[in-house]
Ligand binder design. Structure first.
Ligand SMILES: [Mn+2]
Length: 323
């Protein structure tokens, strides 16, 4: 019996008004898990408001009930019994003001996860928080409707890097098999996520690839703020660009540097498993997983590149975890 999950379920059963949220700049697991949790709570007869500080990225806008999400850093109600924070390692990272005033339930799978809430359920073996939301739904006796299945499938698909990242195992496939059985349509979902990019993203990809450098097991690329403006790209268009650097044979670690309007850099790190980039990101105040992580660092580019790549070169090789 999963004690942490039981405590979350007990809190769900004994309360009525829920806020459901996740980290700012939401990814597929954040959006999919927030929507699925909201739909599950409503099915259980609860009131649930999904809220995120930032807009839903274009490729996730067609998810069922995505239009229900409140986009604001200010809470619209002050009478929530509980706030459920999904896939997020701190209250600060939600960027929602006043969230800490509510009792919090924390459900997370990051290696950088923290026990910041009244009830914490952390499972770093879960391929996505969506896997934990599914588990909770089954424990609660909820029905996995086609809408819920679609949200959960999208989260698992994207958080496993299309079933490519380390940690993808038979449990992952058993889950998505069940989600497809419950009504998730893999073809339609793949079309929305992989074949619905704005042209700006492809123009930005061109700019990023022209900056590609490789030194042994390390490859990196960058885009400047000026290139973001010229290509008409927005933040979410940077999603996944780092994987083009990781796609090179013999490259073990990849870094993508994006210049922010204030001259700082957001850095995405990816690893094929030889280095734990989550640990490296945490040293810079960021976080994530062993094989996918992010952090912020001061510019200019030369400085950002030197400190991050310098640290990656020093990182001790790790034994790839057995699953
Ligand atoms: Mn996740």
């Amino acid at each position: 019996v999963n004690k942490a999950a039981e405590r979350v379920l007990a809190a769900v059963r004994t309360h009525q008004r829920f806020l459901v949220t996740s980290h700012a700049r939401p990814d597929g697991d954040a959006v999919g898990s927030v929507l699925a949790m909201t739909l599950i709570l409503r099915q259980l007869g609860k009131d649930a408001d999904p809220q995120l500080a930032d807009p839903v990225p274009l490729i996730y806008k067609s998810l069922p009930h995505a239009g229900d999400i409140i986009h604001d850093t200010v809470l619209h109600h002050d009478d929530y019994d509980v706030a459920i924070v999904l896939e997020c390692d701190s209250v600060a990272r939600t960027r929602l003001q006043g969230l800490a005033a509510f009792p919090l339930l924390n459900i997370d799978h990051h290696t950088s996860a923290r026990e910041f809430a009244q009830v914490n359920w952390i499972d770093s073996n879960a391929s996505a928080v969506a896997e934990m939301v599914y588990e909770l739904a089954i424990m609660a006796g909820a029905t996995i409707t086609p809408d819920i299945a679609t949200c959960l499938y999208t989260a698992v698909l994207t958080d496993t890097g299309s079933f490519c990242y380390e940690g993808t195992d038979e449990r992952t496939f058993a889950l998505v098999e069940e989600l497809v059985r419950c009504g998730a349509d893999p073809v339609r979902i793949a079309r929305n996520i992989y074949f619905s990019n704005p042209a700006s993203k492809m123009r930005l990809l061109g700019a990023a690839l022209s900056s590609l450098h490789r030194d042994g097991p390390l490859a990196w690329l960058h885009v400047t703020h000026d290139q973001m403006v010229k290509t008409g790209a927005i933040e979410e268009d940077c999603e996944g660009l780092v994987n083009y650097a990781l796609g090179i044979s013999g490259v073990e670690i990849a870094a993508f540097f994006r210049e922010l309007p204030d001259g700082r850099f957001r850095v995405s790190l990816r690893s094929k498993g030889a280095i734990n980039v989550g640990d490296v990101a945490e040293e810079f105040g960021g976080g994530g997983h062993e094989c996918a992580a992010g952090l912020g660092v001061d510019g200019p580019l030369d400085h950002a590149r030197d400190v991050v790549l310098g640290r990656l070169v020093q990182a001790p090789p790790r034994t790839i975890a057995q699953h």
